[in-house]
Design a binder for this molecule. Structure first.
Ligand code: HAM
Length: 409
């Protein structure tokens, strides 16, 4: 028997429904902020990710699904969505056209990591990217959007924010940090010794205890920002507070991708073990330029769908049920329920069973398949122009009139 590859999962039955429910919730929110759907290829030139995510990142260094295709091209399954959207933005000359563009996307990402709870090799993200808007109000908007999505999904998280400075203040801060860390170089882990040369700020979020001990009195980015970055960071906090969003400032939050500047943030959950980040993002004003486009400010985030699914699965109360299951107890009534199903399908997801069997058997099927509403026609109900109704979420059940079915549902 051939099985799915390690770290890759099928999305079937309830998982499929849950996935769709999450995507629909995200879409409903981001569309209200003017974000439009886009899709980019899952396979791209390897150079795209090396130049954007960064040579020093774990993703590029260790985790890429990279190979030479039959035409001799060095290609790679996308480990994240931002680089591809930026490539498409530049390739379609939107960078030269000016103005603001807002996109959302969802789909598979691939990282060759060690699979564990909340960490897969093929996983799905829902993401947004905004191009051409340098105002910190947009940074706040993308965070508010994500916050609204998590609220609608009834997921409790902690928002952590930081500022990574810009090309003026960050180099000076890096120098300061390297000087500080070099005094204790002998206690750094191997990864951080490498980071000292490639991207020293990644040392800040190293999980190793010996590295964290060294960093206790390290200089903080937030105390080394220039005026512009500092003002923006303060404004961001002010907008979040004004909109009732709680947050923590985490000066060690640097994110695992090299393209960020200024705003960086993550939403963390306590419900999914060590892989606790459910979503993350930030500003990346230099990425367009790095990829040979016209300088274009940009900001965005991505959410890990499987991590959200895991949290929702732990919550019994979450109504992820959808659609109507309709059935009959007697073969003579199939024509009747067929007629009803055709009417319902104009507005609702409706599944019909053509087989007359016991109400309990039907009910079990409808329940297992995750339907919200169960409709069952028996001779007695039919003779009175009614049908049996049960809401499988609320457990509410009653007879309702067939003539006024839509009103009653
Ligand atoms: P990221 O933090 O690498 O950011 O990924 C975003 C989210 O994807 C994470 O918070 C996590 O929930 C999920 N995720 C990451 N790796 C895995 C994995 N191996 N298994 C399951 N879930 C995972 C980005 O990808 C950036 N492109 C976000 C962004 C968009 N920044 C600006 N625009």
């Amino acid at each position: 028997m051939i099985n799915a590859l390690r770290g890759m999962k099928d999305l079937l039955e309830n998982d499929g429904k849950l996935y769709k429910f999450i995507i629909d919730t995200c879409e409903a929110v981001v569309k209200n902020y003017g974000y439009e759907f886009c899709e980019t290829p899952k396979l791209e030139e390897t150079a795209l990710f090396k130049r954007s995510v960064g040579q020093s990142s774990d993703i590029v260094g260790k985790e890429m699904y990279q190979f030479i295709d039959k035409g001799g091209n060095d290609v790679c399954l996308r480990p994240e969505g931002t680089a591809g959207v930026v490539r498409a933005f530049i390739e379609n000359k939107f960078d030269r056209a000016g103005g603001v563009k807002r996109y959302f996307y969802h789909g598979s990402m691939f990282r060759y990591e060690r699979p564990q709870r909340g960490r897969l090799r093929e996983f799905h993200q829902f993401g947004v990217e905004c191009f051409g808007e340098s105002s910190v109000y947009e940074d706040a908007s993308v965070i508010l959007m994500l916050n609204e999505i998590l609220n609608r999904l009834k997921i409790k998280t902690t928002l952590k924010i930081n500022s990574l400075g810009d090309s003026q203040c960050m180099p000076a801060y890096k120098e300061k940090l390297v000087k500080f860390v070099e005094n204790n170089k002998e206690n750094l882990c191997d990864d951080c010794l490498r980071r000292l040369d490639t991207n020293p700020i990644r040392i800040l979020d190293c999980k190793s205890q010996s590295c964290q001990n060294i960093l206790k009195d390290a200089p903080l980015i937030t105390q080394n920002l220039n005026q512009i970055c500092n003002d923006d960071f303060n404004k961001l906090q002010e907008i979040l507070k004004a909109n009732g969003v709680e947050f923590q400032i985490d000066p060690k939050l640097v994110r695992g991708l090299d393209y960020y500047c200024k705003t960086a943030f993550e939403f963390i959950s306590d419900d999914i073990g060590s892989q606790s980040a459910v979503a993350g993002g930030g500003r990346y004003d230099k990425l367009c330029e790095y990829l040979d486009g016209k300088p274009t400010p940009a900001v965005g985030w991505a959410m890990g769908i499987e991590r959200i699914m895991e949290i929702l699965k732990q919550k019994e109360s979450q109504n992820t049920r959808q659609g109507i299951y309709i059935c009959a107890l007697n073969p003579n009534l199939i024509d009747e329920i067929y007629k009803i199903a055709q009417t319902l399908r104009k507005r609702y997801i409706t599944e019909i069973s053509y087989e007359a069997k016991s109400p309990n058997k039907h009910l079990n099927i409808a329940d297992k398949k995750g339907f919200e509403i169960f409709l069952c026609l028996g001779d007695d109900e039919f003779s009175q122009g009614q049908i049996w109704y049960k809401n499988l979420q609320t457990k509410d059940e009653k007879r309702i009139s067939i003539a006024n079915l839509e009103g009653e549902i």
